[in-house]
Design a protein around this ligand. Structure first.
Ligand SMILES: *Cc1c(COP(=O)(O)O)cnc(C)c1O
Length: 403
């Protein structure tokens, strides 16, 4: 890091430029990042930040990890692209690795979390038509987040993300999270599946209770419903196990992955058990999905995570972070709750100060995320050090003291 300027020096006020060209659809932090290494990112003024956001939760091995950089370089010079019209080696290697290390039997690779959800829903719908008397309805949770296509926002539980875009696709019902009775009451002859996040990430880091997940699994078994777990944010070690479902002692029928899978390259996947293997040629496709570049990176990310026992390290670091945050909770009454699993955590405030806290943290060199008006999310790289965890907690404490 710290190399000389590599951009056009005539154009320096990047944020003013951006305002002229983009749709105003993203709320961005007022920084322009140009470099990253490990947990640290650097802006266009050379200021360094600890990155406890990661995009969110994408850069699982941190920024520019040598494993990722090497996988990109090697594959780019070997075979950068081909589609699913042929077989390519990295895609097969990644598939084998994911299947051998999960309870799932089949996988399809795509380019994002939303696409993974879309694919999982298509797979489930076809299963419903062929194996469940045409059942099509999916029970989803309030406050859930499943992505931004029309179907994904419909499955999601945030009204603001879908209401401007109607008419919305039918077949989704919503119930409160962590409430098994609500799922039971919502179940009808049309019900095909229950779809949940083990931890609602975008919704504010709300963790599914263990008993709830086990009850949902049992209810799905009794009624022949598919359990779809959206692990786009929780998967690939983030919560202290390769898949968060492992922490609940249950197995989903279908699951989705994306964010941490490529540690920064765009890739998603949906996976299913053999009994849901209903796709036949022509049912699904993707021009870029499963391309050699991204699958080679993901293969090396997952291999590295497994070989270095990263999920277990995340469990330990997560407990350490929780303990440090609980200390803040004890010392500062503005903090009303600390919650999460592994390295996906949130600090809850007694009022809507999360944005102010986040901006003050930014000033002091920490990128966190005001995931809700009253909650700050922390999702550092899985490779974060204890010293970096300490540093981040110290910055948050300094900021809270000054409020
Ligand atoms: C981010 C996210 C998605 C959407 O992923 P994109 O890559 O942004 O399309 C879906 N589900 C969950 C749980 C997510 O956190």
């Amino acid at each position: 890091m710290g190399s000389e300027l590599w951009w056009d020096e005539q154009m320096t006020d990047w944020q003013a430029e951006a305002g002229k060209y983009f749709f105003n659809s993203n709320k961005r932090l007022p920084i322009t990042l140009v470099e990253g290494l490990g947990t640290v990112v650097v802006d266009d003024n050379g200021k360094q930040y600890l990155d406890f956001f990661g995009g969110p939760a994408v850069t699982s091995l941190g920024h520019s990890h040598p494993v990722v950089v090497q996988a990109i370089a090697e594959q780019a010079s070997k075979l950068l692209y081909y589609s699913n019209a042929v077989y390519t080696v990295p895609q097969i290697q990644l598939a084998k690795l994911l299947i051998e290390n999960s309870c799932l039997d089949r996988v399809y690779f795509c380019n994002s979390g939303t696409e993974a959800i879309e694919g999982a829903i298509k797979l489930a719908r076809k299963f419903g038509k062929e194996r469940k008397d045409g059942a099509y309805e999916i029970i989803c949770a309030d406050n859930a987040f499943h992505g931004r296509t029309l179907t994904a926002v419909t499955a999601g539980g945030t009204a603001r993300y879908k209401e401007p875009f109607g008419p919305l696709p039918p077949g989704f019902v919503h119930v409160p999270f962590n409430d098994i009775d609500a799922i039971k009451q919502a179940t009808s002859d049309d019900t095909l599946a229950v779809m949940l996040e083990p931890v609602q990430g975008e919704g504010g880091v709300w963790v599914a209770d263990e008993a709830y997940m086990q009850d949902v699994r049992a209810w799905c078994d009794e009624n022949g419903l598919l359990l779809i777990l959206d692990e786009v944010q929780t998967g690939i070690g983030r919560c202290g196990a390769l898949f968060a479902y492992e922490l609940y002692g249950i197995e989903p029928d279908v699951t989705t992955l994306a964010k941490g899978l490529g540690s920064g390259v765009p890739i998603g996947a949906f996976m299913a058990k053999e009994h849901v293997n209903v796709f036949t040629p022509g049912d699904h496709g993707s021009t870029y999905g499963g391309n050699p570049l991204c699958t080679n990176v993901a293969y090396n990310v997952v291999k590295y995570a497994l070989e270095s026992d990263l999920p277990a390290q995340v469990a330990r670091k997560g407990e350490y972070l929780t303990q440090r945050l609980r200390g803040l909770h004890d010392r500062h009454s503005v903090i009303t709750d600390v919650r999460g699993k592994g390295l996906l955590q949130a600090v809850q405030f007694d009022s809507d100060i999360a944005e102010a806290v986040n901006l003050a943290c930014l000033e002091r060199g920490l990128i966190a995320n005001n995931v809700r008006p009253n909650a700050l999310r922390l999702a550092p790289p899985l490779t974060v050090s204890d010293e970096e965890l300490d540093k981040a907690v110290e910055i948050i404490e300094t900021v809270i003291r000054q409020l």
